[in-house]
Design a protein around this ligand. Sequence first.
Ligand code: 13P
Length: 340
Amino acid sequence: MNSQLLRDTVKLLFADHKGLLAMDESNGTCNKRFEKLGIPRTVEARRAYRELIVTTPGLGESIGGAILYDETIRQQKSDGTTFVNVLIAAGIIPGIKVDTGAKELAGHPGEKVTEGLDGLRDRLQEYFQMGARFAKWRAVIAIGCGLPSWSCIEANAHALARYAALCQEAGLVPVVEPEVIMDGQHTLEQCCEVSGEVLRTVFSELFAQRVALEGIVLKPNMVLPGTACTVQPTVDEVADATVNCFLQSVPAAVPAIAFLSGGQPAELASARLNAMNVRFKSRLPWALAFSFARAIQQPALEIWNGRQTNVAAAQQALYHRARCNQAARRGEYSQEMETK
Ligand code: 13P
């Protein structure tokens, strides 16, 4: 394992308070988002949208790495330049989603396990040769009546650790994403309890698989109540619950925590990340950063709406959200940034 390469990659991904842009939606997920807006669900529409993203002027000022999907890493701009080369020229490190999706966990109604370990070593080598320097694998944990089960947490944590070890062997930084999802009526306290248990299990498996923690990025959910919970906390309450949960579960050797947005409104995700950095930054062993998909892309996607004439305005919206989240890493985000 080339641990210096891994550490250097992590440093570049998060230098200057930058973060990650997740643009690795599978074709199915991307098509669903297009369908809601009446955008054609075609390879060409997906390619054109991804071209809009990677050619956004100035994106490299606030985005250190972009996570691609297998279809996208093989695509090009209309002038033939590969997306990978466009990103590299913009100072953005290409990454790649390598799991093959969350599937029903046998014997566990309502629970999923993420697949994709078969043949992963070969796929990672190919992606490294194509220019990727980091990877992502997402596990999904649901909270509900009697959920999550121990076996669901354990199966997902084990797969995440096997994936992470293979990534490090191939010279790719593994982004380790155990997502406790927001669907449901659960409280902030229940999310905190489940998130802590999931994280402790994930780190126990990472140790067992001899993963070097200084060469990973953790991509967790923020600690939040379910979307159907009647009590919704303040921004500061979310910041406190999240950081206190992580202080008890995430080893200090981990260099960076880059949150997923999970369906939170974009401005709220920025405000919550900002509050964590304002209240805790000087006292934390890890950087608190972002790896958002919807909370960076959604406003831009809505403006674009499949039309070439809207590309420049959509790129401005994307640039703006990326800058807001960079400011949140510094603890300098404010509502004023949204109205300027
Ligand atoms: P969201 O920020 O939209 O949750 O997406 C992050 C991600 O990469 C999901 O795997």
